[in-house]
Write a protein that binds this ligand. Sequence first.
Ligand code: ATP
Length: 290
Amino acid sequence: MSSSPAERKLAIQAPAKINYYLRILGKRPDGYHELDSLMIKLELADDLVLRRRSTAGIEVRCPGKEVPTGPANLVYQAAAAFFAHCRLDPALEITLTKRIPVAAGLGGGSSDAAAVLRGLDQLYGTGLGLEQLQALARPLGADVPFFVQPEPAARARGIGEQLTPVPVPAGVNWIVLVNPGFGVSTKWVYDNFPLTKQSDPANFTGSSAAEALPPHNDLEAVTLAGYPELATIRRQLLAAGASAALMSGSGPTMFAVFAEEPAARACAAGMARQYRKVYVTRPCWGVVKR
Ligand code: ATP
């Protein structure tokens, strides 16, 4: 049965995330870090178009070429994993429009990969369901399972794969993101994180999932030591009236929390005089499909 053109193409968005709370609990013998994090999806998103075609293979197009377009791109890896799992011959074109800053602590690549998994399941009518999609997501990266699950906010434990949906914390209505314009390698940050209780799994316990968490990020100790201008950005955000200002993930993007839109917009306007990549966004209430 041949598909109609409408069924052969799917546009999907891949939201950014912030880590409202991030604690590193230890390092496992296999080298992965155990963490406890509260992640929130944002309306700031990359755009993807998945198109089935007759030519064999997976082609990734990324206008602007900020990221690799071959097998190094996480969207390529996600598509390859999907086709292998479903025993389908790959014949796909992925057009990726990056809006989320790259290597920014905002999870852009992971979110793109999750969007591809969900999108292909829909496009090919494979009905994999959340459990199988998560099994494909886990090897792609620690944050990919969070983006595969549909909830806007979740506590992530283990190496990011143990997920519990949670409400977006009260007062987190508007988010100002300030990206200083350079990327930071996630690996560098984790490699430099000073672990005091490295490898004893008995220590791998975070706070209870029901507990209200304060904004916090253990990784700031590493990234802010390497890039002191981030502390300046934090001071500026707090001076502009943010209820909290901290780094997302391994950085370097700093985010500020506001309850009201006018205060967020005024803060962003001020920051935009000094920094090129400033965004006003909100928690995202689900992955938007168009
Ligand atoms: P995280 O918060 O999950 O650590 P990040 O936001 O810091 O991620 P990404 O933007 O996901 O980092 O990109 C990290 C690296 O991955 C980049 O250097 C880039 O070359 C590579 N990469 C591969 N695929 C993608 C993609 N689809 N989008 C962005 N970067 C990608």
